[in-house]
Design a protein around this ligand. Structure first.
Ligand SMILES: NC(=O)c1ccc[n+]([C@@H]2O[C@H](COP(=O)([O-])OP(=O)(O)OC[C@H]3O[C@@H](n4cnc5c(N)ncnc54)[C@H](OP(=O)(O)O)[C@@H]3O)[C@@H](O)[C@H]2O)c1
Length: 301
């Protein structure tokens, strides 16, 4: 089985839906169950996996890596995305007294090397700077990227949660252009449509990646007014169209012309399979705005 793939820059193709590994430690899976989850995703055509060094308090990459290395054939069937640059207060990093950002050359390189070791792989397909760092020296980031690429340890680079000017500034220092900006986008979070991030991605011909495409689950359970309004529209569509709320939310993202890549956060393979049904759903432009209006709580000006 396969789904459409999406080319980020001519040389890195991701699956149209990406599997997010942020919550892996919470799922309390055995090594074999994790391996089965990875394999089932790949069978479905969801071959791209989104990590960060810090996920699961610095444990998720290793949990994934232990499962991955049980089958030597798996690595070549997937794309691994991971991130660096945030330092958490953690029992696993006792020298961090506070939470802070570090995009120094030394930290980027050592973080990527840790990720390689934890994931049990010799290469990261895409490394992202996790958050904009007010102390960034773009020359140092460029040097780190150059060395990681020259050593074959990281094949492509991008950023996450960057504003257009933060993106352009770093990009100007790099040998190879950044290939994505991973940001929060969902019917519950319209910020990127309003702050220039989506237009900036279109201008640079890069596909934005959308984290928390279901609002982190808040669309199902949120009790704030926005979540309730959005849920009401989705429940009505669900009844009319015979599609589930998660499928409709993903379809809403997929229909945007900027080619948004949703990162699924579920740990349940049947929900991944269901989410793939979103690729078959056509919403009208009017419907797209109906969900926008529900999120905003008012009609467009
Ligand atoms: N770059 C960044 O700064 C950043 C920040 C946050 C996240 N991310 C990435 O984005 C990925 C996705 O984020 P996310 O986990 O917040 O995504 P999400 O898909 O918006 O939310 C996932 C949550 O929704 C629940 N859920 C999914 N389908 C559901 C359904 N039909 N009914 C009820 N609950 C449902 C899931 O529970 P079940 O597991 O029970 O299905 C899970 O708890 C992460 O794994 C990570 O890779 C990146």
């Amino acid at each position: 089985m396969g789904i459409e793939r999406i080319n980020l820059n001519g040389s890195l193709a991701l699956s149209r839906l990406v599997f997010g590994v942020w919550r892996l430690a919470d799922w309390k899976m055995s090594k074999d169950d994790t391996q089965a989850l990875i394999e089932k995703n790949i069978e479905l055509g969801v071959t791209s996996f989104d990590h960060a060094d810090i996920y699961g308090d610095y444990t998720c990459e290793e949990l994934f890596g232990r499962a991955l290395t049980q089958s030597s054939a798996l690595r070549d069937k997937m794309e691994i995305i991971t991130k660096c640059g945030i330092k958490l207060i953690s029992k696993n990093r006792p020298d961090h007294k506070i939470k802070y950002y570090d995009t120094s050359r030394g930290h980027i390189i050592s973080s990527a090397e840790h990720s390689l070791k934890n994931l049990g792989t010799d290469r990261i397909d895409l490394l992202l700077i996790h958050r904009p760092d007010p102390m960034t020296d773009p020359d140092e980031v460029a040097e780190a990227f150059r060395q990681l690429k020259a050593d074959g340890k990281v094949l492509h680079f991008g950023v996450s949660n960057f504003s257009p000017i933060q993106y352009d500034t770093l990009n100007a220092y790099l040998d190879d252009p950044l290939i994505t900006n991973q940001v929060e986008i969902s019917a519950l979070c319209l910020d990127q449509f309003k702050n220039g991030t989506i237009e900036h991605a279109q201008l640079h011909d890069i596909c934005p990646m959308a984290w928390s495409p279901l609002g982190g689950g808040a669309v199902f359970t949120g009790e704030d007014e926005k979540a309730i309004r959005v849920r009401k529209v989705l429940e009505q569509w669900s009844e009319e169209k015979g599609k589930s709320m998660d499928q409709l939310l993903i379809a809403w993202l997929l229909m945007h012309p900027s080619k948004i890549i949703p990162i699924l956060g579920t740990g349940k393979i049947d929900r991944v399979q269901k989410a793939m049904g979103a690729l078959e759903i056509d919403l009208t432009r009017q419907e797209w705005f109906e969900l926008w209006q529900a999120s905003e709580g008012q009609e467009v000006p």
